[in-house]
Design a protein around this ligand. Structure first.
Ligand SMILES: [Zn+2]
Length: 144
């Protein structure tokens, strides 16, 4: 049966691509709280290209290197801050260059029903989250 108010059927959309030509796929997850309360959400996982990984790693390392330069003229604590920021810049570069996937999205707390964003991070299941509204401890895992 056709209805004049039914929108025309369209073909499924092609895979979305973010700036930097990253491939994005969606994952349906279950958010579990205490007492067996659950909700579902859809998170997005971006597969980073080599260029995107390099840019992401370089951006963070440049920021840390800048902080090392800024702390140079601060006499007593520059003995700790400058080498600390330089070591952090090198370590963060190698950690971030190896990150090939990033998770993003927002979930709804099963306890208070408040929605909040999941911080951008590499996907490692199960994901431990704290509700931004009621501070409930939540476990996020993909539905299989
Ligand atoms: Zn909550």
């Amino acid at each position: 049966m056709t209805n004049a108010f039914t929108p025309p059927q369209s073909s499924p959309p092609p895979p979305r691509r973010a700036p930097g030509d990253e491939q994005i796929r969606d994952v349906v997850v279950q958010v579990r709280g205490q007492g067996g309360l659950t909700t579902q959400a859809t998170l997005h996982i971006a597969s980073l290209t080599d260029r995107a990984r390099f840019m992401r790693a370089t951006r963070t390392s440049a920021l840390l290197f800048g902080l090392a330069v800024v702390s140079l003229p601060i006499p007593p604590i520059h003995w700790i801050l400058v080498p600390g920021f330089l070591i952090a810049a090198i370590v963060s570069f190698f950690v971030r260059i190896r990150t090939d996937e990033l998770l993003e999205g927002h979930v709804t707390c099963p306890k208070c029903h408040g929605a909040f964003d999941v911080e951008s991070q590499p996907p490692s299941w199960p994901l431990d989250q704290t509700c931004h509204h009621c501070k409930a401890q939540l476990v996020v895992a993909p539905l299989t």
